[in-house]
Design a protein around this ligand. Structure first.
Ligand code: ATP
Length: 940
């Protein structure tokens, strides 16, 4: 099981680069001036000055000029640029200037905002720095991976990402997945032997390379290269992947932009011909009109607006401890219908404290809170410690020696680092006065694994060696012998122990059993087959109270139509008790892993739907459950922490890894990481995901109809013929003013009040669903008509064309201002609670009002844009028209909400053109949206 550095062949480099894999371990200690006790902090600090930080330089990114120019690389913008060239050729410099102005302002804003968003999102990826477990001055410590230096001694275990290039000095059952380096996804067995100098990286089995992942076993090694000097650093010299700020919705919209561009070219051609052949406009004027139509219809600000909305949302999530790794999942979060959560640490506080110790003939109670070894052990009120009885002493030794947690003493204070269950057990040993684990060297180990649910170590002794085993009690009972008492109502029979553990588990306590076995001195390795016929020592029970905030979050999820299921490795009765205190369990719906194993995939589909708590599960069960739930049409969010959880997380629609207790392997396969490991954060992220999607949709819903209304006014005027109610130049002005002010306010919109109460979004809901198409068409026509009417009535009442045009321009702008208010809620009424919740809306409106006053009342602008200052009477008309428009849209919302609600009850979404669109099922029965499970866009 364990490999050791045997060969002593010495080899050196030829190019100045050291071939660490070909050197024996002693030589490496010598060359790097280090030892198994590790470096001192002082020497590590000195080396850090010499070698620098253990990190790769960030990608410098695209050239800023190219990045800026990219904002012009879009079919719609090409149309605008062609329009600008045409008007320049016609000598109409003012129009050319305004078109360029719109483009330039838009590109500058886009460039600045995109840079800000990229920086911020890069900041998020640095929020969870990697840690490494090292030995320094003979003490085990957890340090930031970036402060590792050559010569550091690193401890590795399954689930870790290798933090630097390491020459292994110990490797027990160690397997490493080196796909990032070699492309080979099958894990490689590691040893500590010396390999020939010329071996390729994939064959250097005594090396663990930075960025690769430990999938099995444990190991120790010496850091030989850090930062850019590592293999991965040499290959890439910089961090992988700069994130592209987009989601499936945004990419779909990009494609929609192309279709829109073609439609605009087509429409412009039609209106050019109409204007020329039917209405008889002069060619000069007609060119301007067509340019006006094209410009008014192009939503140039929309891509930037969507980028900002997305970045703002993702940053907000990060502030709430939900770190998004793959941006497309932001959208999937809003579709989640079921959250499958671990218990320990996510739904519970992860403050494990041993409360009971049970031997065959005695029960002890333990005081204290958390891992701090402050507390006492009592036997019927009498304080006890090591030396109390052989059985008691051996149990304390068993749980403390069979552990990977580390206890360090500084002054009088003990600090414990490591797995919570094991830390609680070490704390118990310290409370009982057992410190022997500090000096004991283990000969071999079978690490804990949630599939086998036990761990064993081989400890050397004077007259014999000892195997200590600890794990889930059913497992340890199976591996133990009870001489002569099996089946009797003895206090040391499996039946008696099962009764005891059931009674402790039904109090919601986690139970660990321990056993030991003496083996001869020449026994140096443990095999799985050695762990049998063990002497059962006793059981230990620990509490881990539920998180109060999780109880509230579960209730919210239920209200929002999101189911919560608890999937735990713990005992069925423990899981049931905790599930009940969290209000997850309904009607005793608790089922265990072994029961799941007996079910076929089809049977599992029904069981996965019916049960809320799944106990004594293994990572394989998690994967089967995700698949079963997905076959039921559910969109699944699944949490995980252990290395074996990675497949279930990858399969889930939203894989969620734990930031604190999660392994690097799970973090690598997750869409989202919880910085605080807290269930309440998942619920918040789901609701935030809904809000971000809403806001993306609101940007579309705001920008397209305002463009539509502008285009409608221009096109209707051509159809009516005669005098244009708004000149092309004025349309360009409106575009310039509103595109860069009003829309941006929506990116800051907080979630609608109903995000926490409405059911999840239908997974097959298209972006431009019937509702959106309807709203865009309705608002475009309504606002365009109101503008034309104001113009028409003013002329009727004797106003001159100058006044009527100025009024029409201001009506269109006023309409857009009012429509911004309408858009704050997609379907709910805007007036009411939360009206002032987004001050940015009011700043944007105030700036537009000021700009419009400048436009309407300054002689300079009057000359430039052919406008006339308006009288109070005309201003009143404009305000009244805007208000009327606002009210009509609110009424329309009320009506469509009613129809929409009815349609969704029937299992479809509102589509006024086709009535009800049924939810489609894909071939395998899942109801995945076009965008769920999108191409994974990993940025951490
Ligand atoms: P949860 O979903 O609650 O987080 P889990 O994934 O932590 O559960 P496992 O880690 O699989 O559950 O643990 C299952 C059982 O294995 C526990 O109930 C306990 O009895 C035992 N166990 C847990 N940790 C260890 C350990 N480090 N060593 C030995 N046994 C352990």
């Amino acid at each position: 099981m364990k490999t050791k550095d045997t060969k002593n062949k010495k080899s050196s480099n030829s190019t100045g680069q050291v071939h660490w894999h070909s050197l024996p371990v002693d030589e490496i200690y010598r060359r790097l001036d280090t030892s198994p006790e590790g470096l001192t902090d002082k020497s590590a600090e000195e080396r850090s000055l010499k070698y620098g930080w253990n990190k790769l330089p960030e990608k410098s990114g695209v050239n800023p000029v190219m990045k800026f120019l990219k904002h012009f690389d879009n079919l719609l913008i090409y149309i605008l640029l062609i329009a600008a060239v045409i008007t320049a050729l016609m000598g109409n410099w003012l129009v050319t200037g305004v078109i360029f102005g719109v483009e330039l302002i838009n590109a500058v804003i886009g460039y600045i905002q995109e840079n800000k968003a990229e920086r911020a999102i890069r900041g998020i990826s640095n929020m969870l720095p990697g840690h490494a477990k090292v030995i320094r001055s003979s003490q085990t410590k957890s340090i930031l991976a970036e402060s590792l230096v050559p010569g550091d001694i690193v401890l590795l275990k399954a689930g870790d990402k290798i933090p630097a290039d390491i020459r292994l000095t110990e490797a027990t059952n160690m397997k490493i997945e080196e796909a990032v380096l070699t492309g080979e996804s099958l894990p490689v067995n590691k040893t500590t032997e010396v390999f020939p100098e010329e071996s390729l990286p994939a064959d250097r089995k005594c090396m663990a390379y930075s960025g690769t992942l430990v999938t099995n076993g444990i190991g120790t090694g010496i850091v030989v290269c850090t930062g850019v000097h590592t293999q991965i650093g040499q290959i890439s010299k910089m961090m992988e992947d700069v994130q592209t700020l987009s989601t499936p919705l945004m990419r779909k919209f990009d494609r929609f932009g192309k279709m829109l561009a073609i439609a605009i070219i087509f429409l412009s051609a039609i209106f050019f011909m109409l204007g020329y052949f039917i209405q008889g406009y002069a060619l000069n004027e007609l060119f301007l009109i067509v340019v006006g139509i094209a410009v008014s219809l192009i939503p140039e600000g929309l891509p930037v607006l969507m980028t900002i909305t997305l970045a703002k949302g993702v940053l907000k999530m990060a502030k709430q401890n939900a770190i998004i790794r793959k941006l497309p999942s932001v959208e999937t979060l809003g579709e989640v219908t079921v959250i499958c959560s671990d218990k320990t640490g996510t739904l519970t506080k992860n403050e494990m404290t041993v409360t009971d110790v049970l031997l065959a003939n005695k029960q002890y109670t333990v005081t204290g809170v958390g891992y701090s070894p402050v507390g006492e052990i009592f036997d019927n009120g009498k304080k006890v410690a090591m030396g109390e009885s052989d059985g008691f002493d051996e149990l304390l030794q068993g749980v403390a020696l069979c552990s990977n947690s580390e206890a360090n003493k500084s002054g009088d204070e003990w600090s414990i680092i490591g797995d919570p269950t094991e830390s609680a057990l070490l704390s118990l040993a310290l409370k009982g006065g057992y410190y022997g684990f500090k000096n004991n060297k283990r000969l071999d180990i079978i690490p804990f694994d949630s599939s086998q649910k036990f761990m064993a170590v081989l400890i050397p002794g004077e007259h014999f060696n000892t195997i200590y085993l600890k794990g889930a009690p059913e497992k340890v009972l199976e591996m133990s012998v009870f001489h002569g008492s099996i089946g009797q109502s003895d206090t040391n029979s499996p039946e008696w122990w099962k009764e005891q553990l059931s009674s402790l588990a039904s109090e919601g306590k986690r139970i660990i059993a321990t056993a030991s076995k003496k083996v001869p001195l020449d026994y140096k390795n443990i095999l799985l087959s050695d762990v049998f016929n063990m002497d059962f020592l006793g059981i230990v029970a620990m509490i881990d109270p539920p998180r109060q905030e999780a109880i509230k979050a579960i209730e919210q999820c239920h209200q929002a139509g999101v189911e919560v299921k608890m999937i735990t490795g713990d005992h069925t009765l423990t899981a049931k008790a905790i599930g009940e205190s969290l209000n997850i369990v309904k009607e005793d719906n608790v089922i265990s892993g072994p029961e799941l194993e007996k079910l076929s995939d089809i049977e599992l589909e029904a069981v996965a739907k019916k049960y809320q708590v799944f106990a004594r599960t293994t990572p394989e069960h998690k994967l089967r459950l995700v698949k079963a739930l997905q076959s039921n049409g559910q969109i699944v969010a699944m949490t995980g922490d252990g290395v074996n959880d990675a497949p279930a997380l990858k399969r889930a629609d939203v894989g969620i890894a734990m930031g604190i207790k999660g392994t690097d392997v799970t973090k690598d396969s997750a869409e989202m990481i919880l910085a605080d490991d807290n269930f309440a954060t998942i619920a918040k992220a789901v609701f935030e995901g809904r809000s971000i999607y809403d806001n993306l949709k609101k940007s579309i819903l705001f920008v397209l109809p305002t463009n539509g209304a502008e285009g409608f006014v221009m096109m209707a005027s051509v159809l009516i013929g005669g005098h244009m109610p708004i000149t092309p130049l004025q349309i360009l002005w409106i575009n310039l003013v509103t595109a860069v002010t009003l829309g941006f306010a929506l990116a800051f919109e907080p979630g609608e009040p109903n995000v926490t109460t409405r059911p999840p979004r239908k997974p097959n809901e298209p972006i431009l669903d019937g509702f959106l198409i309807w709203r865009i068409g309705f608002v475009s026509v309504l606002l365009g008509s109101i503008t034309l009417m104001v113009h028409h009535f003013l002329i009727q009442f004797g106003a001159d064309y100058g006044h009527a045009r100025s009024a029409a321009v201001n009506t269109l702008v006023a309409g857009e201002v009012f429509y911004l208010l309408n858009c704050r809620y997609l379907r709910e009424p805007v007036l009411g609670k939360g009206f002032f919740s987004n001050p940015k809306v009011f700043y944007a409106i105030s700036s537009v009002v000021l700009i419009q006053l400048f436009f309407t009342y300054t002689p300079f602008m009057n000359i430039l844009f052919d406008t006339t200052p308006l009288h109070t009477r005309e201003l009143t008309w404009i305000l009244a028209a805007g208000l009327l428009f606002f009210i009509i849209v609110e009424i329309e919302k009320m009506i469509t909400k009613k129809i929409f609600d009815n349609d969704s009850e029937k299992g479809g979404y509102f589509n006024p053109f086709k009535k009800i669109v049924p939810i489609r099922k894909s071939e395998n029965g899942t109801m995945k949206s076009l965008w769920s499970n999108p191409s994974r866009n990993n940025f951490m």
